[in-house]
Design a protein around this ligand. Sequence first.
Ligand SMILES: CC(C)(COP(=O)(O)OP(=O)(O)OC[C@H]1O[C@@H](n2cnc3c(N)ncnc32)[C@H](O)[C@@H]1OP(=O)(O)O)[C@@H](O)C(=O)NCCC(=O)NCCSC(=O)CCCCCCCCCCCCCCC(=O)O
Ligand code: FAD
Length: 633
Amino acid sequence: MNPDILRERQNATFDIEKLTNILDGGAERTNRRREIREVLVLNDPDFDYGTPTSLPTMILKLREYGISDPVEINWYKSMYWGTGREALGLHYVMFLPTLYTQCDSEQFNKWVPLIIGTYAQTEMGHGTHLRGLETTATFDPATQEFVMHSPTVTSIKWWPGGRNPLFLPLIFLSIPLSASLFDLFLSGFALPTCSGIVIGDIGPKFGFDAVDNGYLKLEHVRIPRENMLMKYAQVKPDGSYVKPLSSKLTYGTMVFIRSLIVGNAGIVLSQCCTIAIRYSAVRHQSEIRAGEAEPQILDYQTQQHKLFPLLATAYAFLFAGQYMIDTYNRISGDINQGDLSEMPELHALSAGLKAFTTWTANTGIEVCRMSCGGHGYSRSSALPDIYVEFTPSCTYEGENTVMMLQTARFLMKSYRQVQAGQQLSGAVSYLNKVHHRVMAPQAVSSQLDLNLNTLVDLYEIRAAMLVELAAQSIQQESARGKCQEDSWNNSTIDLVRASDAHCHYMVLKMFRDKVDQIEDPGVHSVMSTLAHLYAIHGMGNFTGDFLQAGVLTGAQVPSVSKCLKGLLAEVRPSAVLLVDAFDHHDKMLNSVLGRHDGNVYEAMFEWARSSPLNRTEVHESFHKHLKPLQAKL
Ligand SMILES: CC(C)(COP(=O)(O)OP(=O)(O)OC[C@H]1O[C@@H](n2cnc3c(N)ncnc32)[C@H](O)[C@@H]1OP(=O)(O)O)[C@@H](O)C(=O)NCCC(=O)NCCSC(=O)CCCCCCCCCCCCCCC(=O)O
Ligand SMILES: Cc1cc2nc3c(=O)[nH]c(=O)nc-3n(C[C@H](O)[C@H](O)[C@H](O)COP(=O)(O)OP(=O)(O)OC[C@H]3O[C@@H](n4cnc5c(N)ncnc54)[C@H](O)[C@@H]3O)c2cc1C
């Protein structure tokens, strides 16, 4: 083991295993995750790491081992595929959940065990504006069929992932009866027997290469009436339409995925922090004091300032992901029982946190890559591949700006309710104080109050102020004679800013609540330090907001920076131990820089030598092209 990394692991001030257990949701979950990883994957003789042929093996193995719990499937898949996406990702995270949540019982029993599918909602002309989707599904009572049709070039289904060229069960969103409502259809076409279908691949992408994203054009293709997913809405044999309790129930799968993406952003950021911090512990470069040995780059304050707030953010997002999934499960359970009362809040929370966490993690991956210098740009680091696979999460499953505006819509509605004298509950209950003006900033002392509860309060006041400012912008636009829609559009910068601040407050609050639950003194102490770092770093990035909210004075600003530097120094001794607690296996991380043993250089040389370009002493291109040319000179 590299001596630097060995030294970093001595004198631990907290029990790493206990922190890993907290991340997993308990010691039993950690043991089960490791059993799946070590026994069912790594020690499985059939396991042929990450090669395309292993996809069928993976599916058969999941069935052989009886792994059906979604979290355990994900543990198995992430060990199998490492940090990349796999071709069946969409089947597991969108197609199956849609069948689980939108099929009636007869359809469920008929389809769920049997098929692999994709989710074809986006069209060439519309991905965000679902009410603008153009694909039609017209019911023909005479034949008891829907006629599916792509009327325009912009209605061609575009992007469905994992498009199987031979058999095409897919979830469709289309407009069967009216522009405002659309429903889900399962359309199983066995190509090429089925006429009226034009299918293909949309061509090379920025990345996401394991997933073949396709296109699908339908020319009056007929499917049985029974293929409409009929849990919430039905078309009866006589053609009458039974509307769902809410037209937004059709959007359920997207809310589920957005909820998953929050925790996934934490996982991806934790992978990158593991790579960058372990590498920074073994990389020596330049000098701090003339004549002395080159220091570990982790001892540079700027390197700590790049990486430690991201480390804190990774923990914050992992805890936010746990909260998000618990909230999703609770509310979707209520929805299943017909109680839709919290559906708007679930939508607003999942949309905002999806955007907030993916934007932050997306930037953070690049900071981790650049903090590793030239070796960070090598594919051996795994950081370029992680970035390329993660960055579309800011676009898919709800483009981030649009998602932030959906959260803003909920915040504005809540603000208006408070103005009308209603008492709010849930995540926006802090807006009650705005109405009663108890949001007046507390007496701000000359010293920065570092109590975590106080910091949460300051973020709450910042969010409330920005919500109020956005609402006032809309009111001012209206007062200038603008219609409601233009008043909204002319305030969207403020609205996104308010949603961002609301999400930032929510994430810090979840972090603080999780720290409060930690009983082990050592783990509590190090997690409390990270939560403080997360809060103070955000205060440093958005100082203007806190000044504008009156919860920070100009005189206190220097102490934010001073406090930040102190927290960076406090985290430094535990940095490697804190990434060890993420418990990412070398095989899954697939990074020469992030190896657990820290033997980076030896591994990098071996990795380079294994490159196809180094298979022969002299590359064949010399003999093929240069040598004949030389002979003519
Ligand atoms: C929401 C929209 C933007 C707008 O919809 P509408 O126009 O219909 O609504 P309005 O804006 O007019 O609002 C009216 C009203 O409705 C409320 N509303 C809106 N949506 C919802 C909702 N979902 N739930 C509840 N309520 C809702 C809204 O608040 C208003 O209420 P009020 O009137 O009261 O104010 C909509 O158009 C939209 O959602 N657009 C986005 C479309 C989208 O998301 N497309 C996604 C396509 S599928 C895709 O992209 C797939 C990509 C997948 C790639 C791989 C995935 C990998 C994921 C990894 C995850 C982790 C993996 C680890 C786990 C594992 O592997 O298992
Ligand atoms: C890797 C990848 C995989 C995908 N897989 C699938 C899949 O399997 N199935 C599927 O159905 N789809 C899939 N998609 C499509 C994806 O869901 C859409 O691209 C996404 O919903 C964004 O919609 P759009 O492309 O129409 O972008 P647009 O909405 O056209 O966005 C373009 C710009 O317009 C802005 N904008 C749009 N509306 C508003 C508004 N109301 N207010 C302010 N600004 C606005 C956006 O902020 C953005 O800056 C995938 C996409 C990617 C990148």
